[in-house]
Design a protein around this ligand. Structure first.
Ligand SMILES: Nc1nc2c(ncn2[C@@H]2O[C@H](COP(=O)(O)OP(=O)(O)OP(=O)(O)O)[C@@H](O)[C@H]2O)c(=O)[nH]1
Ligand SMILES: [Mg+2]
Length: 669
């Protein structure tokens, strides 16, 4: 077929391993781990190699757990492991500990250190630590295109000479260099161990490292002695425990050597070692790269505007308003179009099968579930996924996090916590999982709690499909504002109630990029596919159960039981009782079932504007859906998940009634 050049189709000349892929030639699979700083492109490489769909986006800290995939290259099975991005091999954070143990203890056959060529020096700081682990290693010099556009050219040959390991330039997003990367990985795995270039620190430090290295040689650890010696001087807790436990004499030696280093340099030993390392990284980076005339790029200018203390916020509000308005307009239009199409289909169905009890039960009990999903849910969901993906991939999401930093600090989180919150607009499940980027258990809990209050697409469907559509866009906007106020207020309460200290953090700002059509399309498609696969069966089943219940009279019983809450307190029609119960499964189900029970999707006929507003409010706040509850249980345990869920129900019902009365009082009905 024409156009099947090296950059099309199976670009790598590799075969992704099928689910039951036999191990060719009976060899053990080759394990390759991808390690490096955050946001350098590890997951893009992983996805390209394995055909899997790890989360990719332009902000640091997306991959929080290691992921595994496989491919077959030159007839051999290769297991690829995508690790979380880390900056050091200390045990400061869970991610660092996870990665370090994996690398040192489980020992992949080859380590691929992915570095970002546009910020080489900072990346090499980590590379140097990996080299100290003495694992077989290849450096993937990624994002060379970004480096070029910022006027930086890195010479892979020279970099390789300095580091003593092979360096392969790559542009992961275009698949460039990945075939060569794999070939080099194979050479390293099968070839003779090359003589490593020795990375040496200043003589005062080096002498003491040497002395300590010899002293710990007899101690059994999974790590090389030199690495152990350096870590001991850096005050690494885990190493101290292991080594001092095995040989208490070493403790005295470490203390003596540390105080000697401190005496010479006037700083504590860990800082001395860190600055020595920076010095080496800086020297290598500047020797291996040439700087062309720096240009002010469009990305730089955009950065200035969007991070500006005044313009930045204006821009942010404009972007968010435009995104929501765009989604609403598109959704409204598409929903109308699809509604018309299905109306015609229904007419054709009636003409063909008649309106007898069986034919209409089949239509309303079975087909209607799908129709409602397609006409009410999808028109809003699809543009939402696209918008979120573009915001994330361009790097703007990270800017919003930066702008929201001071506001977020008031609820005890730093700006980084805003990223899971924004992702929550898509779906609360990844949002609650994304809270893993927070440093402490306490921040994770607060973050997940507020994330579970963010109006996800399902809730937006109700807000837009009901309130924006029938009451007015400004009323929908008011609902969002109420929700944000609530998030802020509750976050603040949680911050005061949950014990612990607030943490500060500086997040690195990613450079702006043009989001690629491929990534945007693929991710939106994936999410939509997931949505259809998970939500549609529930919608259809929920719709069916409700119709059967109605047929046997069960519906009236449940509605009667719920009446004190729905009718008396919230001022809603009795039918909403059943609907709200089913809404726990999926929130858009509330709207779909309401249409189904009432026998019309023209909500103006069945609800007054105030009722629509109150109903949407309750749906927005009451209890996260079942999938989110499951994630909360998994991450924080039953007790905390139950507290969060019950709290949200109480809040929704309580405030819902108050809002109803206030609106009546002010004559807004
Ligand atoms: N221009 C360009 N962009 C790239 C390249 N490689 C990756 N990117 C982009 O860089 C960003 C980060 O890529 P990821 O693969 O998510 O990074 P990661 O290292 O897995 O990040 P964490 O999981 O957060 O540690 C994404 O927006 C990618 O599209 C490249 O070679 N060139
Ligand atoms: Mg990643």
């Amino acid at each position: 077929m024409a156009g099947h050049g090296p950059h099309h189709g199976r670009r790598l000349g590799v075969h992704r391993r099928g689910r039951h892929g036999a191990q060719e030639r009976g060899e053990d699979p080759l394990t390759v781990a991808l390690a490096g700083n955050a946001n350098v492109g590890k997951s893009v490489i992983f996805n390209e190699l394995t055909g899997l769909h790890q989360h990719v986006g332009n902000w640091p800290g997306k991959t929080v757990e290691r992921a595994e995939g496989a491919l077959s290259f030159r007839g051999r099975v290769v297991d690829v492991i995508d690790l979380p991005g880390i900056y050091s091999l200390s045990t400061y954070s869970i991610e660092e500990l996870v990665s370090r143990e994996y690398i040192a203890v489980e020992q992949p056959d080859v380590l691929v250190n992915v570095v970002d060529a546009s910020v080489l020096e900072r990346n090499l700081f980590f590379t140097l630590q990996l080299l100290e682990l003495e694992a077989p290693m290849v450096v993937a010099l990624n994002q060379v295109d970004m480096a070029e556009s910022r006027g930086i050219r890195v010479d892979p040959g020279r970099l390789s000479e300095h580091l003593g390991v092979p360096v392969v330039p790559t542009v992961a997003v275009k698949g460039i260099g990945l075939e060569e990367l794999m070939a080099t990985v194979f050479e390293v795995a099968t070839g003779e161990e090359r003589e490593r270039a020795q990375i040496r620190y200043g003589p005062e430090v080096e002498r003491r490292v040497g002395e300590l290295t010899r002293a710990v040689e007899g101690v059994e650890t999974p790590y090389p002695s030199r690495w152990v010696a350096i870590k001991l001087l850096e005050g690494d807790e885990e190493m101290r425990r292991i080594v001092f436990g095995a040989d208490p004499g070493v403790e005295e030696l470490v203390r003596r050597l540390s105080s000697e280093i401190e005496g010479i340099h006037g700083h504590d030993t860990p800082s001395v070692i860190a600055s020595e390392r920076y010095l080496v990284a800086n020297r290598i980076a500047s020797e291996a790269s040439t700087h062309l005339v720096p240009r002010t790029t469009f990305a730089d200018r955009l950065d200035q505007v969007t991070s500006h203390p005044v313009l930045g916020y204006l821009f942010m509000f404009a972007v968010i308003a435009a995104v929501f308005y765009g989604i609403f307009s598109f959704g409204d239009y598409a929903s109308g179009l699809l509604g018309g199409a299905f109306g015609a289909l229904k007419a054709a169905y009636d003409a063909r099968f008649g309106v007898g009890p069986f034919a209409s039960f089949f239509w309303f009990g079975v087909v209607e579930g799908v129709v409602a999903g397609v006409t009410i849910a999808l028109p809003y969901i699809v543009p939402f996924y696209v918008a979120l993906s573009v915001l994330e991939d361009s790097g703007y999401l990270a800017r919003i996090a930066f702008l929201m930093d001071s506001a977020m600090h008031r609820i005890g989180l730093h700006g980084k916590g805003f990223i899971p919150l924004m992702l929550g607009f898509g779906c609360n499940v990844p949002a609650c999982l994304g809270c893993k980027i927070m440093e402490t258990e306490r921040e994770r809990l607060i973050c997940a709690f507020v994330a579970s209050l963010v109006p996800c697409t399902a809730r937006s469907i109700v807000i837009m499909g009901l309130v924006a559509e029938y009451v007015g866009f400004e009323w929908a906007a008011a609902l969002y504002l109420i929700d944000f106020a609530l998030i802020f207020a509750l976050g603040r309460v949680a911050f005061k109630v949950v014990p612990g200290e607030p943490m500060g953090l500086i997040m690195e700002m990613p450079t702006y990029r043009w989001p690629t059509v491929k990534v945007t399309f693929r991710r939106s498609w994936d999410r939509m596919e997931n949505f259809v696969r998970e939500a549609f069966p529930i919608m259809v089943a929920g719709n069916f159960v409700v119709h059967v219940s109605a047929a046997v009279g069960l519906l009236d019983v449940v509605q009667g039981l719920m009446k004190p809450v729905t009718v008396l307190w919230l001022g809603l029609p009795a039918a909403t009782g059943v609907v709200l119960i089913f809404g726990v499964l999926r929130k858009e189900l509330t709207l779909i079932l309401l249409a189904s029970i009432m026998g019309t999707s023209n909500f103006a006929l069945i609800l007054s504007p105030v009722q629509m507003f109150v109903f949407a409010f309750v749906v927005m706040v009451y209890v996260p859906c079942i999938a989110t509850i499951a994630v909360l249980v998994k991450e924080f345990g039953y007790r905390k998940a139950a507290i969060i869920s019950l709290l949200e129900i109480a809040l929704a019902v309580g405030l819902g009634g108050v809002i109803y009365r206030l609106m009546i009082l002010f004559g807004l009905g």
